[in-house]
Design a binder for this molecule. Structure first.
Ligand SMILES: *Cc1c(COP(=O)(O)O)cnc(C)c1O
Length: 424
């Protein structure tokens, strides 16, 4: 084993350093395997209940009428996530599109959208119109209100109550911290927030941005009272196999609204050919629970290694996890670049290229990105990125298998070690 690691470029010292953490983390990894086992059973149960069969993998072209595989997959998603219905489509191009669809289809002019947990994900700023943008909700007369979290990261219940008016129609809650420094919310915390706002106004639609959260816990936000959950298939629930797509699951009425907006009034869910991708959406969902466990093991392994070397990490090495993102503050541009180059060098695809910081559209600072993925932009696959500005934090996530996640992190450490940026 050690020889093979050496052949891949991991020195003895680095390998040895990593091994002690793997030993120490065994009980924690066993817990993750139990969550994966539970979620695996949940997925299989949903697939059996809806009689997934070989015919489901055929796919349709053109209008896509009577697409058995597509319709059954939506029933499977609904069952698995405890919704009445679901929309799971390759025509939903990404997570942002799924979120925009859920919002735009369930809000009408004059309604107000409330974010009770601070600033939403960057790309939603233009969807909402926080940053003026063509086609935003603001252009259609939907207003927006935001209540920031308290300094300790908890919900500001007083201010939230005061922000719910007769106009408030939809409450949007983002489960994952994304690229912010706040903690990620657990499903239980989200549930408390939802019961609070629904007590004030029972008709509110509560939408949860579930990106990076699927299968991390045993429960999903629909079980905690949300009306809609929304996510991307090139993150957790696609299991690394889905080549494209997004989903919305939840209340029948919310999903119908979304379907009429995605296609057209009058057409809704009846159209939308699945082309050749249906089988990979099923198979990806089937693999997702264990893939998410692998990503979590990788994140926890990295947190423990880098924390022990004195780098601030969020979440820390021992706290409970509610999403798959790991931030490692590397304190210098050299260390951030070395970290990302290590992740790239361990990839199964494009390991021979060296990522460099570049001026990415939409960002003020240069950004470095490492991704050697089978599916372009897939962030359930091992990937890392970070803006070249203090405190030089790398955000990394994914890992389709634990051995690959481990290799990636050891390789990142190897690059830092080679550059004399850490002492082991
Ligand atoms: C990734 C992500 C999105 C947007 O998804 P894209 O597929 O990148 O458009 C939205 N919210 C959160 C929390 C995310 O992690």
């Amino acid at each position: 084993m050690e020889e093979l690691y050496q052949a891949l470029g991991i020195q003895k010292e680095v390998y040895g350093f990593g091994q002690q953490f793997e030993e120490k983390l065994k009980p924690r990894f066993a817990e993750l395997d139990k969550t994966a086992e539970y979620n695996q059973l949940k997925v299989i149960k949903a697939m059996q209940a809806h009689r997934v069969s070989a015919e489901c993998f055929m796919g349709t072209t053109g209008y896509g009428y009577n697409d058995l595989g597509r319709d059954t997959l939506e029933e499977v998603y609904a069952a698995c996530f405890h919704g009445e219905a679901a929309l799971v489509r390759p025509q939903i191009t990404c997570g942002t599109h799924a979120l925009a669809l859920a919002l735009m289809s369930n809000l009408r002019p004059g309604d107000e959208l409330l974010s009770p947990a601070g600033k939403p994900y960057d790309t939603l700023e233009e969807v909402i119109g926080i940053r003026p943008s063509k086609g935003s909700l603001a252009e259609y007369g939907v207003t927006y209100r935001q209540v920031d979290l308290l300094p300790d990261g908890s919900f500001d219940y007083g201010a939230i109550a005061a922000s719910i008016t007769e106009k408030t129609k939809l409450v949007a809650i983002q489960r994952s911290k994304g690229y912010q420094t706040r903690p990620t919310f657990s499903v239980a915390q989200i549930g408390e927030l939802i019961s609070f706002v629904k007590k004030i106004k029972p008709s509110l639609i509560c939408m949860v941005d579930n990106c990076y959260g699927e299968f991390v816990e045993r429960e999903e936000p629909l079980e905690a009272g949300s009306d809609m959950i929304v996510g991307s298939l090139i993150k957790n629930p696609g299991g690394g196999l889905a080549p494209i797509g997004g989903y919305i699951a939840g209340k029948k009425e919310c999903i119908e609204n979304a379907a009429y907006r995605l296609t057209s009034p009058g057409l809704g869910k009846e159209v939308g050919a699945s082309l050749g991708v249906t089988q990979s959406l099923y198979q990806g969902l089937f693999l997702a629970p264990t893939v998410v466990a692998a990503a979590l093991k990788s994140a926890i392994f990295a947190a423990n290694i880098y924390e022990s070397l004195g780098f601030p990490v969020i979440p820390d090495g021992s706290e409970s996890r509610h999403d798959i993102i790991q931030a490692v503050t590397l304190n210098s541009p050299e260390a951030l670049i070395a970290f990302c180059q290590g992740i790239q060098a361990a990839a199964p695809v494009d390991s021979h290229v060296t990522p460099e910081p570049w001026d990415m559209p939409g960002y003020d600072d240069k950004v470095i990105m490492a991704a050697g993925a089978f599916i372009q932009g897939s962030s359930i696959e091992l990937s890392a990125d970070g803006p070249l500005r203090p405190p030089y934090a790398a955000y990394f996530q994914g890992g389709l298998t634990w051995p690959h996640g481990k290799l990636g992190i050891l390789m990142s450490l190897q690059k830092l070690y080679e550059a004399g940026l850490v002492n082991l």
